[in-house]
Design a protein around this ligand. Structure first.
Ligand SMILES: [Zn+2]
Ligand SMILES: [Zn+2]
Length: 342
């Protein structure tokens, strides 16, 4: 089968022909129908420091959906022909965080596409306990966008307390920003989203989704927030980019006792004016990955038409065109990019 792989500790990827994986007793074999490129896959492509401990060689991809074509002997509740999507984290199940339902913080977790073979391939094996059934009214395309929506849902619903009428600034208009902004709106918040001049396509997607945008290279964000909030400041700043200046700006635009949630991954330490934080009683929280419970919640939101994941999908590629797909993704001007291998 064809597979998009990381084989060497240096930038780049390769498309190789490899054997279809063996199916273990607890595994199902999935014929992959759709698999999305994540921001983390770009870090893997570039082989940045954050991924220097990954397993090599490995088939990439952790956001995928498909059809079960084989089941191991101990698999329960799923059968050949079922349409499924998978969680991205294989957690230990027994550490303190797993027992609290926070497998995103598991001490011993492994991830598809980083430690074990992922979904940028014609077939992938998955332990059945990580599977979720795809509702009849949901496409494979949308199903492969459930994992990133689950991340956004965890960041917004679990980590960032907010109320109807809160003024929220989502900084960054990549897929996670676009999903998070929709969730804040769904919760009754007044939302603006920031981006740069290069984000033209992303702004168009945002506007189509009814999200107001601010180009911070052309407009003064702090002034806009002051005007909109009568000088008080935003209730929430949500940093969905890995750019250090965005964190400082977040602390400047929120009101006293305001909240900052940071979900970007940064290449270096980020300096913060701590006295400013102290005197204004600000709160900063990190948010990472998704909990298992966020998957059925995301499936429900998509299936009821409350969140539009598909408008964020801008490009579809075959596995053999992986290099081109990654070049488009690395450009960061489009939305979500998918492989559709079968
Ligand atoms: Zn991801
Ligand atoms: Zn664990």
């Amino acid at each position: 089968m064809k597979a998009v792989m990381k084989t060497k500790p240096e930038p780049g990827i390769v498309v190789l022909d490899i054997p279809v994986p063996e199916v273990g007793a607890d595994d199902v074999l999935i014929k992959v129908r759709a698999a999305s490129i994540c921001g983390s896959d770009l870090g893997i492509y570039n082989y940045t420091a954050a991924y220097s401990k990954m397993t090599l060689p490995v088939v990439m991809g952790h956001e995928f959906s498909g059809e079960i074509v084989e089941t191991g002997k101990d698999v329960a509740g799923f059968k050949v022909g079922d349409r499924v999507l998978s969680e991205s984290v294989k957690a230990c199940g027994v550490c303190r965080f797993c027992r609290e339902g926070r497998s995103n913080l598991c001490e011993e977790s492994t991830l598809f596409g980083i430690h074990t073979a992922g979904g940028f391939a014609e077939y992938v094996t998955v332990p059945y306990k990580l599977l979720h059934r795809i509702p009849e009214n949901m496409s494979y395309e949308d199903a492969a966008l459930v994992e990133p929506l689950s991340n956004a849902l965890h960041f917004v619903k679990d980590i960032t307390p907010f109320r109807i009428n809160d003024f929220v600034v989502v900084q960054g208009c990549g897929p996670i920003g676009l999903y998070s902004a929709q969730l804040f709106k769904l919760g009754g918040a007044d939302v603006i989203m920031t981006g740069l001049s290069a984000d033209k396509t992303r702004f168009e997607i945002a506007n189509k989704l009814g999200i107001e945008t601010v180009n911070i290279q052309e407009q003064d964000l702090e002034e806009i927030v002051r005007e909109r909030t009568k000088g008080v400041g935003a209730d929430i700043a949500f940093v969905a980019v890995g750019a250090p200046p965005a964190v400082k700006q977040a602390t400047r635009i929120v009101r006293k006792r305001g909240r900052v949630t940071v979900v970007g991954i940064f290449g270096a330490e980020v300096p913060i004016d701590m006295t400013w934080l102290v005197r204004r009683e600000l709160e900063i929280k990190g948010a990472y990955d998704a909990k298992p419970v966020n998957f059925p919640q995301s499936i429900d939101l998509i299936s009821r038409g409350l969140v539009d994941v598909n408008s964020v999908l801008t490009h579809r590629f075959k596995l053999e065109d992986a290099e081109e797909a990654f070049q488009v993704a690395l450009n960061k001007t489009g939305g979500k990019i998918q492989f559709q291998p079968n």
